[in-house]
Design a protein around this ligand. Sequence first.
Ligand code: NAP
Length: 270
Amino acid sequence: MPRFDNHRVLITGAGAGIGQLMAEKFAARGAEVIVTARRIAAAREVADHITNAGGNAHAYTLDVSKIASIAKFRDQLHEERGPISILVNNAGVVHGGEFEQVDLQQHLDTFKVNAEGLMACSHVFMADLLAADRAHLVNIASASAFIGLPYGSTYAASKWAVVGFSESLRLELAERGERHVKVTTVCPSYIATGMFKGVKTPLFSPMLTPDRVADSILRGVAKGEAFVIEPPMARSVELLKGVLPRRLWDQVARRTGVSTSMYSWKGKQG
Ligand SMILES: NC(=O)c1ccc[n+]([C@@H]2O[C@H](COP(=O)([O-])OP(=O)(O)OC[C@H]3O[C@@H](n4cnc5c(N)ncnc54)[C@H](OP(=O)(O)O)[C@@H]3O)[C@@H](O)[C@H]2O)c1
């Protein structure tokens, strides 16, 4: 596994799930980790766990949906720790169900956290990344960014937005000659963190372990890969969609259970 010595890594939504695991893994490989979460208690628990294991971690509150608070948080971080060199935009929410039965505010919150919050954090911290010798922006999207996701339409839409944003920014930075700032877009299918509790996983796409996904992300970051896609089988979706007539692709999505996977979604509250 690669080392991340001399990097200060900020992770959003790191109080649980793959955010927490990435925090632990970055710290175990030499990075100083800024663990952020909506609730300070959750961030502290993760940071304490890392510190007790001999790592270097600090806990902060950051709610990425409170857009104006992000720049203030950066000022505080600069005063107390200094600039970051790796930003992992991991915070995310999902509200599944029949479109009109899900509260409109929940749909809008999904976009606010998954897309707007991610873009705002990238905007606020871009100056840090550009000023670093070697830097990395890691945006957690989803395999649902390649497909339509019935019963999860605004979640999929927010992740399509992340892929469009992330890919555009990667190309823009390269065009501008800022090749020391890499951008990695992460597109996993279902992971056993509880966020998608209740879903029926599609054929050829078993529930992933958080450990496998977190390891893949760290490897992808170390190699400067543009995309991390898990499981590898999910890579064929773009190809199939490109070559199959739409009606045939719809049938493939139905028969493999992609289109019905969210029907039984319960999520963390279920
Ligand atoms: N699980 C999957 O199957 C799957 C698949 C593909 C992609 N992803 C993506 O992977 C990322 C991590 O998800 P996960 O599976 O690890 O689920 P998770 O355990 O629910 O993690 C999501 C994290 O985001 C945090 N969060 C939510 N709203 C926030 C906000 N406004 N500000 C800051 N943090 C906020 C949550 O904090 P609270 O505990 O306070 O709610 C939680 O720590 C998400 O972007 C998700 O969309 C997940």
